[in-house]
Design a protein around this ligand. Structure first.
Ligand SMILES: CC(C)(COP(=O)(O)OP(=O)(O)OC[C@H]1O[C@@H](n2cnc3c(N)ncnc32)[C@H](O)[C@@H]1OP(=O)(O)O)[C@@H](O)C(=O)NCCC(=O)NCCS
Length: 183
């Protein structure tokens, strides 16, 4: 996930309380054969997305509601959600087309009980397709050095590590910059 320093005060909030309901719920393991759809993610799903993000990023670095408000209304955003057949959001990806016209995957997350069902792979493929339709040729993203699951996901999709980003995260953790050419 990305930390955009120029937006830091806007993108991060230490004051947002975790969603109470989500803290107490014990999710039931969903059936393995279950079907999911990938659909556009819009501002109508602001609260659902923000709450899901808090379940995905338990390292204290979940985006604030204000950040999602910004991301989901930005004209340069390319965003999708994965939903169950009942319409419940269980995954999301948000990309931004940067001023230099690179596609920037700012965040991707899947609800813990729906992981390892290729949802992140589908969401990433979809955001890349969305970027390509808007003539983006290069995609970048940042990932924690310790986040092996995400690195494996990105490597499997053809992303390569190009740079280490010392103390990139607010708790002092290092990041890795990964790039993929869409050409
Ligand atoms: C990282 C994350 C998005 C992966 O979501 P997912 O839907 O489970 O991923 P997929 O099922 O599409 O996995 C695709 C590939 O990624 C890799 N992968 C995913 N989770 C993995 C794990 N826990 N350990 C090792 N490899 C993993 C595997 O190569 C996998 O392919 P395989 O299942 O055929 O082996 C999810 O674990 C998550 O939401 N984590 C918390 C938020 C986060 O870290 N986001 C990324 C920030 S940079």
């Amino acid at each position: 996930m990305a930390v955009l320093k120029k937006f830091r005060t806007r993108w991060w909030s230490q004051t947002d309380e975790p969603y109470e309901g989500e803290k107490k719920e014990k999710p039931i393991t969903p059936a393995w054969g279950m079907r999911y759809d990938v659909r556009p993610l819009t501002i109508s799903q602001l609260d659902e997305c923000w709450r899901l993000d808090q379940r995905c990023f338990i390292d204290g670095e979940a985006y604030s509601r204000e950040t999602f408000d910004y991301l989901l209304t930005a004209p340069e955003a390319v965003s999708y959600r994965a939903v169950t057949s009942g319409g419940v959001m269980v995954g999301f990806v948000i990309g931004l087309i940067e001023p230099d016209h690179t596609g920037h995957v700012t965040t991707v997350g899947v609800a813990p009980e729906h992981r390892r069902r290729s949802l992140a792979k589908r969401l990433m493929n979809q955001v890349e397709e969305g970027f390509a339709k808007r003539n983006v040729r290069l995609v970048r993203l940042e990932v924690r050095v310790l986040n092996i699951a995400a690195q494996k996901l990105y490597e499997g999709l053809g992303y390569s590590i190009t740079q280490r980003l010392p103390k990139y995260y607010s708790n002092g953790g290092d990041g890795l910059l990964m790039l993929k050419s869409l050409e």
